[in-house]
Design a protein around this ligand. Structure first.
Ligand SMILES: C[S@@+](CC[C@H](N)C(=O)[O-])C[C@H]1O[C@@H](n2cnc3c(N)ncnc32)[C@H](O)[C@@H]1O
Length: 130
């Protein structure tokens, strides 16, 4: 089968630099940062508005990809679970999904709230929340 080819559409700038100290998920984060969307994709931002919640897909570039079972949130008392039954960053395709509130839009830069993602993480897609 033909392998899918991903395009990186941008990069996240933020102040989260350690996996251990990152919020566990967007729903429990008040951290802010900036999505830099590369100029060739800027037109695709048309229609996004300040105050809106957007769904952002990231490629977790520092995550392990060879793991199929994890202890959810590192809690061994809960037992091992398949990665597809969790939100673990470790999975064959380390794609994260975060719902972020748009605080400001400056051309191809979007300031957002709710980050659980490391500075420098590639962005692979943005979608409207339904
Ligand atoms: C549990 S994942 C959830 C991500 C996304 N909100 C989701 O539900 O798909 C969030 C964790 O991923 C880790 N993480 C964030 N950015 C990463 C990156 N670029 N590479 C590897 N791990 C990362 C951090 O430890 C963070 O706490």
């Amino acid at each position: 089968m033909e392998q899918p080819i991903l395009q990186i559409i941008g990069i996240l700038h933020g102040d989260i630099t350690s996996r251990q100290h990152a919020p566990k998920n967007y729903s429990e984060s008040q951290r802010t940062g900036t999505l830099e969307i590369f100029p060739e994709f800027q037109e695709g931002l048309d229609g996004i508005e300040v105050g809106q919640t957007i769904v952002v897909l990231f490629w977790l570039h520092k995550s392990g990809r060879d793991v199929l079972k994890v202890y959810p949130r590192g809690d061994r008392s809960r037992g091992l679970r398949g990665v597809f039954a969790t939100r673990s960053p470790m999975r064959p395709n380390p794609i994260a999904v975060s719902e972020l509130q748009v605080l400001a839009i400056r051309g191809n830069f979007l300031d957002v709230l709710g980050l659980d993602i490391l500075d420098g993480t590639p962005i692979i897609d943005i979608k409207k929340k339904i």
